[in-house]
Design a protein around this ligand. Structure first.
Ligand code: GLU
Length: 476
């Protein structure tokens, strides 16, 4: 059977980094097996789903290169791929189960459920449906429905015994059936719950492997029951460990950025983020850490997904981003920097700046801060930065004026400026660094910059001299 896998995100809120993580494993598994990777939008929660979130899912997957073979925006043979467009499909499946005796109508009101919940909580029992309608005499519930009572359809779960299933990552998983509630499958308005829609669609879409986050594992017994009562072949189950905050709790935006938009807006390179996400759940042979999706495809197998909860380590991500940033050609980096402030700047200057900053960029959005002084007319001077700890304003002023004098006439190349400035330092009896620092602050306004004379070469003589003057005035 050809491999068919999917991700099934709900379009609520920002696109989540966990969606990309699970997408990567699904997609890689499909590629590895010459199969298909689908995107299905699970938008049956009408209160929380919204088109903007859906659009952001499409955009962020595209941004990451986690393209899919079938999906709501590109179509495919088993569409529609948006559950809200499939609502007509689900009721008959739920009603079939009622006919088979595997599910039942329930008319319990919200008030009754609340009373049951309170009683259970007082008795220190786990909250669950108490089987009221399941145990009613036949015909009784139907009467109520005919009289206009709102209803739901619930799945009849076994009350004893165990649900055992094999999970590719976790091995044999066991749940006592008595831990599993009689799940609501369908509501009076004809809309399905997650469980019904998810299983029906996985079946109708020919999904062979359900590769999803570990948090869904407790839903799996319900899904297994559904496959059984429908008489359908269940998929292979593969629950991928959750990404974690540093303190090992489930990744959350309070402790770690989770929105893919944030990573894009910060200027993480998509290929670096994807590689990093790969590291979170999978180890390449020989500890290889920097690898392309194609290299991962050659080695990846769902059996090799690591079972431990991977910590989303921002420092590691920064390191990974650096690896990819350094690999880009200057032209490519200039293009990537476009949306981060390079577009609209003088292209020739950008081209000259790139070699100076390529090693210093952590993320693309560092560009503005790292390079503002190249483009600004003037820079601000903080006297505390200008005057070194071992110096004083008068000596610093004298050094800046001497520097200005030699820079007025010297050849405007980094090498020539370097030599002249060193001569000035020697003449003043100071270490080169003691001269270079005030000059650096004077021409850039900052204490940390790319190599000074190369920076000055790009800034240009006129601006550098004017800034030395201005800095001198601050000290005079
Ligand atoms: N709609 C679920 C989600 O938001 C799908 C879980 C699954 O893959 O079955 O992640």
């Amino acid at each position: 059977m050809p491999v068919r896998v999917r991700i099934a995100p709900s379009p609520t809120g920002d696109p989540h980094v966990g969606t990309a993580y699970v997408a990567l494993f699904n997609r890689t598994w499909a590629k590895r097996n010459g199969g298909k990777f689908l995107l299905r939008i699970e938008d049956t929660d009408r209160a929380r789903s919204n088109p903007e979130s859906e659009r952001m899912i499409f955009d962020s997957l595209k941004w990451l290169g986690l393209t899919y073979d079938e999906g709501p925006d590109i179509g495919g043979p088993v569409g529609p791929y948006r559950q809200s467009e499939r609502v007509a499909i689900y009721p008959k499946h739920a009603k079939d189960l009622v006919e088979k005796g595997a599910a039942y109508y329930c008319t319990c009101t919200a008030d009754r459920m609340e009373a049951v919940r309170k009683a259970q909580s007082a008795a220190k029992l786990a909250p669950r449906y108490d089987g009221h309608c399941r145990n009613m005499p036949p015909g009784e519930v139907k009467k109520q429905i005919d009289a206009g009572a709102p209803w739901v359809i619930r799945l009849k779960m076994p009350t004893e015994g165990e649900c055992r299933f094999k999970d590719v990552v976790r091995g044999e998983v066991v749940f006592g059936w008595d831990q599993i509630d009689d799940q609501i499958l369908l509501k009076s308005d004809g809309w399905p719950t997650y469980h019904l829609a998810n299983v029906v669609d996985d079946h109708l879409m020919g999904i062979t492997h359900v590769i999803r986050a570990e948090e869904w594992i407790s839903s799996t017994p319900k899904h297994i029951k559904l496959y059984e009562v429908f008489g359908w072949e269940p998929p292979v189950w593969c629950h991928v460990p959750l990404l974690r905050n540093k303190d090992k709790s489930k990744i959350s935006k309070r402790k770690n950025p989770t929105s893919l938009n944030w990573y894009r807006d910060q200027g993480y390179l998509p290929e670096a983020l994807v590689n990093f996400l790969g590291l979170m759940g999978f180890s390449m042979p020989a500890g290889l850490e920097v690898y392309s999706p194609a290299e991962m495809e050659k080695e990846f197998s769902i059996e090799k997904i690591n079972a431990g909860g991977p910590v989303f380590d921002m420092q590691k991500l920064d390191w990974m981003n650096g690896q990819y940033m350094r690999k880009l050609s200057a032209e490519e980096l200039a293009t990537r920097l476009g949306p981060f402030g390079a577009a609209g700047k003088d292209a020739a200057t950008v081209k000259r700046i790139i070699p100076l900053i390529q090693d210093r960029l952590r993320v693309l959005s560092d560009f503005a801060e790292l390079t503002s002084f190249f483009f600004a007319e003037t820079v601000e001077h903080d006297p505390a930065l200008l005057v070194g700890k071992k110096s004083n304003p008068a000596d610093t002023l004298a050094m800046l004026l001497s520097a200005r004098d030699v820079l007025q006439t010297c050849e405007w190349t980094a090498a020539s400026m370097e030599a002249k400035l060193r001569d000035v330092a020697t003449a003043k009896g100071v270490k080169p660094g003691d001269l270079f620092m005030p000059v650096r602050v004077a021409v850039t306004g900052k204490a940390a910059t790319p190599p000074l004379t190369e920076t000055m070469e790009v800034i240009g003589r006129e601006k550098c001299l004017a800034r030395l003057e201005a800095a001198g005035k601050k000290l005079a």
